[in-house]
Write a protein that binds this ligand. Structure first.
Ligand code: KG4
Ligand code: ZN
Length: 353
């Protein structure tokens, strides 16, 4: 069974063909990131316009990379939420049209489930992918860490899950992006902070961890703590503008702040994941979302969880069409309901739990 996955929830226009929920046949991603970088974050109108320009060439490239014509595709899966309204619309309207024109079943896929299902991809003949050796088994603890979400979810089976906890304010990726902005580092913040942190001392500064529910998170306090720390480092008070900090901080100060913030932010996730691991005794633990690409997260998690851990390739952690195609495959295999190509609507604030 071959599924075409289409993903346009944020700034990546992505399409991919996945076979049987495990084999990656193609993965094409066009990002409008360069256009957003100068604004320090994604500009929704620019993202939507870029999707319109990119979506047809990206889908054609995904079919051609997979050596497929439309006859070989069994169904289409598309992200219908959560995400930016204007961006989701382009993917959903395109998928609906293609499903009607080519007479294919259509599946509506949840973007966050997609990130989790990237862990089910185990083989490819595409160059430069390091794939997981095996699919995760249930019960499965999912640590979802992206630009918009920080959640701990326990899955007892496909499409059968319980939210244990989530962030009460900012997501971890969002906090990385905001701290990077304070330090004058390029967007997206996670990789920028990771690069600079390698030259800093993770114990240079102690930053507070929020006291919230057992499995909940809060990243807005630590982010503000970074702002205050940076102001104090240059001898200024709390009303010194955050936009002027980067030019006054030394390279060493920036590296130490990056390393300390990265350590504390990742520790916050790993500490709670460890409590969940001990309480629910899952048979597997997966990480999902853009921040799952973080080497520091992988290092800390491997030290905290007594299971052999496997991770998706970094290219499958950030937004991509393959994760959506994989959800579609498992929807088909588990007799989940089809979407109506004449009426499927986007759900920008979809919360799958
Ligand atoms: O899942 P994603 O690609 O988009 C959303 O659905 O939000 O996640 C984007 C987030 C950004 O905040 C970015 O800073 C973070 O993932 N990110 C990383 C890394 N790569 C992307 N964070 C830490 N380390 C990375 N290597
Ligand atoms: Zn995402």
């Amino acid at each position: 069974m071959k599924i075409l996955g289409i993903e346009t929830s944020c700034d990546e226009t992505a399409a991919s063909v996945v076979e049987d929920g495990e084999r990656l046949l193609s993965n094409v991603v066009a990002s409008s990131m360069d256009l957003h970088a100068r604004y320090g974050g994604v500009v929704p109108e620019i993202a939507a316009r870029s999707h319109i320009e990119a979506i047809i060439p990206v889908i054609e490239a995904a079919l051609s990379q997979a050596n497929c014509d439309w006859g070989a595709i069994d169904a289409i899966a598309v992200t219908y939420g959560p995400g930016l309204g204007g961006s989701l619309l382009i993917g959903v309207l395109t998928a609906r049209t293609l499903a009607i024109v080519h007479n294919k079943p259509l599946y509506a896929a949840d973007h966050m489930l997609g990130h989790v299902y990237a862990n089910f991809l185990t083989s490819t003949s595409l160059p430069n992918y390091s794939m997981r050796r095996s699919q995760p088994v249930f019960p499965m603890l999912a640590i979802i860490v992206s630009g918009g979400h920080s959640q701990l979810v326990i899955f007892t089976d496909h499409f059968s899950y319980q939210l244990l906890g989530q962030t009460q304010d900012d997501a971890i990726g969002e906090a990385f992006d905001k701290v990077a902005k304070i330090l004058g580092l390029p967007y997206p913040g996670g990789p920028s902070i990771a690069r600079l942190a390698a030259q800093g001392d993770p114990n240079a500064f102690s930053l507070p961890k929020a006291k919230v529910g057992t499995y909940d998170f809060s990243f807005s306090g630590p982010k503000t703590a970074v702002l205050r720390l940076a102001q104090a480092q240059i001898g200024e008070s709390y009303d010194f503008p955050s936009t002027k900090l980067a030019e006054r901080l030394s390279a060493a100060q920036k590296a130490n702040i990056s390393a300390s913030f990265q350590r504390v932010a990742i520790e916050t996730i790993v500490d709670k994941a460890k409590v969940a691991f001990e309480a629910f005794a899952p048979a597997s633990v997966v990480i999902a979302g853009g921040v799952a690409a973080s080497p520091e997260l992988r290092r800390q998690l491997a030290a905290a969880i007594p299971l052999p851990l496997e991770y998706p390739d970094v290219k499958l952690c950030t937004d991509n069409g393959a994760m959506i195609a994989t959800v579609g495959c498992f929807q088909a295999l588990n007799e989940q309901p089809l979407a109506d190509p004449y009426s499927l609507e986007i759900v920008p604030n979809l919360n799958f739990l």
